[in-house]
Design a protein around this ligand. Structure first.
Ligand code: 5AD
Ligand code: SF4
Length: 447
């Protein structure tokens, strides 16, 4: 037990940045730390160990982490026994490790995305020898099972089904930091899933950078739709979400499965990135706008009430006004309920970083504004038109208005309604009465 190195039980603060995959890694880090005797705290000042589990997808995220690390210098001066660690996707890049080594001498531990299971050994080394432990990033491309986990929620859980990515979209750093695509064995996923349902979890979100290519490389032939059927056979009152789906691999079979399985939420996150075929090709996305729209149409016909959300990059190198207008056009055609929009961020080491990028940041920001306005117009109207429906929701959290809670609909929209916080983690029936921007409002119905 590492706790033996401390006079009072030590406390760890773990902060995760970025995607759900990383949030789930953060839950594993907390689980591993708890296993070796750490308590978990949520204030930096109380911590004996601070770990930042970082994201490298955009430069802005990296800058924020460096800012946050800088702010720890004072804490370290006040408490020299404090251990500071940096892990996750940023720590998987040699130039970042070098920067931490040179310019942040008070950072004690650095390890990449594959290092979580070795964390106790690294900590022991640090505590026993007092030496800094800065791992040279290597990719093990491993699937480590049976890791302890401390989940943030008692009713919603992340469940990774695969790791890494082989798609090499030209703007994206993920394949370089998270390594090659590898799927977990269906038996291991099913066992974890069953365990979650037995423990009373009501919503399970299956995670992977591209869940649609699940199963490649496994001994027995299985694809993502087969996996969904396997999981949906487990009895219980629960719902399943998944992310992320790459449009190039989203099959008709998958859509049919979502339509047929009542446990599947009727919402598909389907990142399109751009509405210009020219840019989609430059991005190495392997689909056209026409193919994407065909898929959306097919799903709309098969799954009544299905909603879509998407990721869009504005200002990819060489994006013209015409390309951008094609994106607006696509957004209007699909009618997304939610959009996650990003201004292109140059990532060194990716092919797009070498492409000419003459558009100024101000122009890109102006395009982003137009995209957001277009999206809001469409989504707010669609959301407002839902008033009058009676829906079942999973109550997630306290609402912003005092005395209310927020519930998430099967289609991923959120409704705020007056109810006691006691309902958090429970199903509820709600009459939708109206909306404020993207937020639905409603009334609890007694069942
Ligand atoms: N710049 C901006 N956005 C990016 N994304 C990935 N890489 C970049 C980048 N370099 C976005 C994509 C992806 C989402 C998770 O992040 O839209 O779908
Ligand atoms: Fe990045 Fe493309 Fe892989 Fe998604 S599919 S993680 S955008 S390379």
């Amino acid at each position: 037990m590492l706790a033996a190195y401390y006079e009072t039980p030590p406390l760890a603060f773990v902060r995760s940045y970025g995607c759900q995959q990383n949030v789930n890694d953060g839950e594993k880090i907390r689980g591993v730390l708890q296993d070796v005797g750490f308590g978990i705290c949520d204030t930096l000042e109380d911590a004996d160990l601070i770990l930042f589990n970082t994201c490298a997808v955009r430069e802005h995220a990296e800058q924020r982490v460096f800012g946050n690390i800088g702010a720890l210098k004072k804490l370290k001066e006040q408490n020299p026994r404090l251990i500071i660690g940096v892990c996750g996707c940023m720590a998987q890049q040699p130039h970042i490790v070098e920067k931490l080594r040179q310019s942040y001498p008070y950072v004690d531990l650095v390890f990449g995305v594959d290092g979580i299971d070795r964390l106790p050994a690294m900590l022991a080394e640090r505590l026993r020898r007092g030496k800094r432990y800065l791992e040279t990033p290597e990719q093990r491309n491993a699937v480590v099972e049976e890791m302890p986990i401390r989940r943030d929620s008692g009713f919603r859980a992340w469940l990774p089904i695969m790791y890494g990515c082989d798609n090499f979209c030209t703007y994206c750093i993920v394949p370089y930091v998270r390594g090659r695509e590898r799927s977990r064995e269906p038996d291991a996923i099913l066992a974890e899933f069953r365990d979650l349902i037995t423990k009373g979890y009501k919503e399970i979100t299956l995670l992977g950078q591209n869940v649609n290519s699940y199963g490649k490389g496994l001994g027995n032939p299985i694809d993502f739709a087969d996996l969904l059927n396997l999981l949906c056979a487990v009895p219980g009152d629960y719902q399943i979400r998944f992310m992320t789906s790459h449009p190039k691999d989203a099959s008709r079979k998958l859509i049919d499965t979502i339509a047929a399985q009542p446990h599947m939420c009727k919402h598909i996150h389907l990142p399109v990135q751009s509405g210009s075929n020219r840019l989609l090709q430059q991005m190495n996305r392997h689909y056209t706008v026409e193919q994407y729209l065909d898929l959306v149409d097919y799903a709309r016909n098969k799954i009544p009430g299905v909603t879509f959300s998407s990721d869009i990059i504005v200002g990819f190198p060489g994006e013209t006004e015409e390309d951008f207008e094609a994106t607006l056009e696509l957004v209007r055609k699909v009618g997304y309920m939610q959009l996650f929009t990003f201004i292109y961020s140059k990532r060194n080491g990716t092919p797009a970083a070498k492409m000419p990028d003459p558009t100024t940041h101000a122009e890109k920001a102006a395009r982003m504004e137009r995209l957001l306005r277009t999206q809001d117009e469409i989504a707010f109207a669609a959301i407002a038109s839902m008033a009058g429906q009676n829906v079942r929701v999973l109550v997630e959290a306290a609402g912003r208005t005092p005395g209310t809670v927020n519930g998430r609909l099967d289609n991923n929209l959120v409704v705020e309604f007056p109810a006691p916080e006691m309902l958090i983690g429970q199903w509820a029936r709600v009459n939708l009465t109206g909306s404020r921007a993207a937020l639905l409002t409603g009334e609890l119905v007694d069942e």
